[in-house]
Design a protein. Structure first.
Length: 180
């Protein structure tokens, strides 16, 4: 019973973190139209958000294995939220949630099909359940966003263990997502 209670508390904390991240970076009211001309990215530089497909879901593998999702905050926003559920090979079942800032359209890449390479960084929380542990994550990665509704990503995330004792680890992951 005690394990079930711990799982419930950590799951609730995960949901609250994800909700906080999504409301923090949600769209605000549009600004007044400006008469200044602004530069826009070339038409070939699309993101999932420019095709109105904001939610991505797919597998990942590395120091963890599982399913991840990503949500982009609008057409021009560089912010996104990602989260995952899976198995951490050193700590058992895990959940994590990160808020990401993307440096969009670094270059166009023709790997399988035309796509754009984005770099990203951010911060978030990871919770494991075998021995309940909380980590603060700082993910840094590359995201290859295709003009079709899918992407590939590689990520390295140093993590600072804050409970039950201070420590650290590095998460590494490779995966892909399909956007809906």
């Amino acid at each position: 019973m005690r394990t079930f209670q711990k799982f419930g508390i950590f799951f609730l904390a995960f949901i609250l973190c994800t909700f906080f991240q999504s409301t923090l970076f949600a769209k605000t009211t549009p600004k007044k139209a400006s008469t200044k001309k602004t530069k826009t990215a070339p038409a070939s530089h699309k993101t999932p958000s420019s095709t109105a497909k904001l939610w991505g879901l797919g597998p990942f593998i590395g120091t963890d294995i599982g399913v991840s999702y990503k949500y982009w905050f609008g057409d021009t926003s560089p912010f996104a939220v990602q989260a995952a559920f899976g198995y951490d090979f050193s700590d058992g079942l895990m959940l994590f949630s990160d808020t990401l800032y993307h440096f969009k359209n670094l270059t166009e890449v023709n790997f399988f099909s035309p796509g754009d390479l984005h770099a990203y960084t951010g911060g978030g929380v990871k919770v494991t359940f075998y021995e309940p542990t909380v980590y603060i994550r700082i993910p840094v990665g590359a995201n290859l966003v295709y003009h079709e509704p899918y992407d590939l990503f590689f990520e390295i995330a140093p993590a600072i263990k804050v409970t039950p004792a201070i420590g650290g680890k590095v998460d590494v992951g490779l995966g892909g997502r399909y956007y809906f």
